[in-house]
Ligand binder design. Structure first.
Ligand SMILES: Cc1cc2nc3c(=O)[nH]c(=O)nc-3n(C[C@H](O)[C@H](O)[C@H](O)COP(=O)(O)OP(=O)(O)OC[C@H]3O[C@@H](n4cnc5c(N)ncnc54)[C@H](O)[C@@H]3O)c2cc1C
Length: 305
């Protein structure tokens, strides 16, 4: 693999959009993470095509990042390229009975637009940070509503194939997962745009937002819920009953507000967070005989998970 040759090739064409040794703490809501060898902003489909071609030729691994609101990046960083989507992928608008969204648009922007235009089906996204691309990769939502249920189609860029359009029913959707990450870089999607009573939508969205403000530590850096809820159980409840709220490793702490959140209370390292995650996992397994699975995704080398 040659990161240096990939950098030389890409900086000629993607002027100012390729950086080396970029601290990932700048790009994650945890504010944690060491440097990525390359950090590339792709503004156009041509940029994506060129970037993937060059990385392929130089055998440089890559990953895609939205707003980094669901990732824990290792202190050693990532040996490869982190791709993020810029200009052309940050647009959205209504087109007939569809909402067409670039994958780099924030989910909050889409939810606001749905609200102002009286469109139903987007209440799941109230207060979920991140991009539409990240939401599709994660099938973001609440416990029983998620983005996958409003998807008409998704356009991905596949190395070797180029642009591929997938119908919503050709994608596998599950609780906090979809198979899109394995199928390419998500560039765009069409979501259903169904009109409904604006007052009903407003009431549902406001209820969701005030519940979040009440129950989540929104003023502290985190990556949202750390663990998925096992079938029929609440991860937060199990963690809380073990008295783990406030448990701290270095700068990482189990939130006092929501036991399934780990917050960065000051200079937490990724190792602090990973260590705390393992300690909780072990305690829950010992007490409840339940194996917790992380919702947060790891990027880079970790000793424990
Ligand atoms: C305070 C807080 C509250 C949260 N509440 C919720 C909640 O209620 N429900 C919920 O589901 N989540 C929640 N989250 C988690 C997170 O916001 C969501 O998972 C979000 O959808 C991730 O979007 P992102 O753009 O930040 O993705 P990232 O964190 O950047 O990436 C997440 C994953 O998606 C992949 N990915 C990102 N973009 C693309 C793309 N274009 N193509 C292919 N793969 C891509 C990445 O490689 C990575 O594997 C919360 C997080 C925080 C900090």
């Amino acid at each position: 693999m040659s990161v240096a040759r990939a950098y030389d090739a890409l900086r000629e064409s993607l002027v100012g959009r390729v950086r080396t040794d970029e601290p990932m703490s700048r790009h994650t809501t945890f504010r944690i993470g060491g440097p990525a060898d390359l950090f590339i902003v792709c503004d156009t489909v041509a940029d994506v095509s060129q970037t993937l071609g060059t990385l392929g030729e130089e055998d440089v691994p890559f990953t895609v990042l939205g707003k980094g609101s669901n990732v824990l990046v290792a202190d050693e960083g990532y040996r490869g390229a982190v791709i993020t989507l810029g200009r052309d992928f940050r647009k959205h608008g209504i087109d007939g009975d569809e909402m067409r969204c670039g994958a780099g648009v924030t989910l909050a922007g889409v939810v606001r637009d749905a609200y102002s235009k009286g469109l139903k089906g987007y209440e799941f996204g109230v207060g979920v940070p991140g991009t539409v691309g990240g939401a599709l990769a994660m099938n973001a939502g609440s416990r029983d509503e998620w983005i996958g249920s409003v998807v008409e189609s998704v356009t991905v860029y596949q190395q070797g194939e180029g642009l591929v359009r997938l119908r919503g029913d050709e994608i596998t959707w599950g609780y906090r997962r979809s198979d899109l990450g394995d199928r390419g870089i998500v560039l765009e999607c069409c979501l259903r745009a169904e009109e409904a009573d604006r007052d009903v939508i407003r009431a549902a969205m406001e209820a969701g937002f005030s519940r979040r403000k009440r129950t989540q530590p929104l003023s502290q850096p985190s990556a949202g819920s750390v663990f998925k809820n096992p079938e029929g159980r609440s991860a937060a409840h199990m963690i809380e009953t073990l008295g783990a709220k406030g448990l701290r490793v270095g700068g990482a702490m189990v939130s006092e507000v929501h036991a399934n959140f780990i917050v960065n209370v000051g200079d937490a390292t990724a190792s602090d967070v990973a260590y705390l995650i393992e300690a909780i996992r072990t305690a829950v397994r010992d007490a409840y005989d339940v194996g917790l699975e992380t919702e947060v995704r790891y990027l880079g080398p970790f000793a424990t998970p």
